[in-house]
Design a protein. Structure first.
Length: 373
């Protein structure tokens, strides 16, 4: 039996202008589609952010799909209305087509295909947030806490982010690097450049600290992660005078780090290096994500085999790119990511070929069959 067509639901979702934090009716449409298939849908709004959790079946194995209905702003210069769900030349155009309303529709079609044969051979669930492209504080992380409180722990979770660079089937993400932002202010004592012994130059102290922080690589990488990277992204003194030692100097840096580090460990390292060079300094650190890795094993093998069977391509296992909501789900259960081709995500004229959308539904159907045999 053919997999049901994901296109109509994808179009309905694209017609909602759900730019974070707006939902614009997107989750109503999804909730209705899932209820019609027999899912029990629980709406989980937190601080005005729409989230939902839906489940069918009450037995193991439990396979969860996670995604987001929010999108980034469209920007200008589109060849079609970004919120009209237009199909032109075999491509579905719209903000969210590949990131990631298309993948949500493909998953729903795959669930429908599985349920055509009767009740699920286990449990299927969806964890959908409206706060992935924003600050992500009232979305997946809150729903994960809600699930953990209820001891509702999936055996495996697949996140539908676009993972493929050019062709469906190329890449499964099994981990992501962590990310840390640091803002540094070094205080000195302002004075005349001709009398430096009466001043304390904060620029020299800041440069010495940054030189030490960047002198050695943080690590050499692991089997699954590239080396961690510390990048200074700004140095500001704002001193127009040539004859004044300024009172303060500021810098900002970002670290993308693998699982040989923790955010807290790197924060302590920066603190220690800075203290050695500047006794009067402020350090403001924000950890936007810890790294995670779902070690290759039977579950990842099963996922990979299903995608290979459906697409004819054996996916590479990868941990590159930015952060995703999978970092929150990793607290709950093993998680990996597989979705559409990401070439147009966040761009003008974001689009997905309709054939690729349908092929993803077939691949997801194979994944469900592999996890709920
Ligand atoms: Zn996304």
């Amino acid at each position: 039996m053919a997999t049901p067509d994901p296109l109509p639901l994808a179009q309905d979702l694209l017609r909602c202008a759900s730019v974070t934090p707006a939902d614009a009716g997107a989750q109503d449409i999804l909730a209705e589609a899932l209820a019609a298939l027999g899912f029990t849908v629980t709406r989980l709004p937190f601080n005005g952010i729409a989230n939902l959790y839906a489940r069918i079946g009450d037995r193991a194995p439990h396979l969860c799909f996670a995604g987001h209905t929010d999108v980034v702003p469209p920007g200008a210069g589109w060849s079609a209305d970004p919120f009209a769900g237009t199909v032109a030349d075999g491509r579905l155009i719209g903000r969210g087509a590949c990131d990631m309303k298309g993948a949500i529709a493909a998953w729903v079609a795959a669930c429908e295909a599985h349920l055509q044969a009767g009740p699920p051979r286990g449990s299927l669930s969806l964890l959908i947030t409206g706060d992935e492209e924003g600050v992500a504080t009232d979305g997946t992380t809150r729903v994960v806490d809600w699930l953990a409180d209820r001891h509702e722990i999936p055996d495996f979770c697949l996140v539908g982010e676009p993972t493929n660079p050019a062709r469906l089937g190329e890449v499964i993400k099994i981990g992501r690097r962590g990310s840390l932002n640091a803002r540094i202010v070094v205080h000195g004592t302002q004075g005349h450049v001709a009398y430096p012994h009466l001043a304390d130059n904060p620029v020299h102290r800041l440069l010495a600290a940054l030189a030490e922080l960047t002198a050695e690589p943080l690590d050499t990488g692991t089997d699954w992660f590239e080396p961690s990277s510390l990048q200074v992204v700004g140095i500001d003194v704002d001193n127009p005078a040539m004859n004044v030692i300024p009172a303060q100097a500021r810098a900002a840096l970002n670290i993308r780090f693998n699982d040989r580090h923790t955010g807290a460990g790197l924060a302590a390292h920066i603190h220690e290096v800075l203290a050695r060079h500047a006794d009067r300094a402020e350090l403001d650190i924000a950890i936007s994500g810890e790294p995670f890795l779902t070690a290759p094993g039977p579950a990842v093998d099963r996922l990979r085999a299903a995608i290979t069977q459906a697409t004819g391509i054996t996916p590479r296992l990868d941990t590159g790119g930015g952060t995703s909501d999978a970092r929150f789900i990793a607290r709950l259960c093993p998680v990996a990511e597989f979705g559409l081709v990401g070439a147009t995500m966040h761009k003008t004229d974001e689009a997905v070929p309709v054939a690729e959308l349908r092929a993803l539904a077939d691949a997801y159907r194979a994944v469900i069959a592999a996890f709920l045999p």
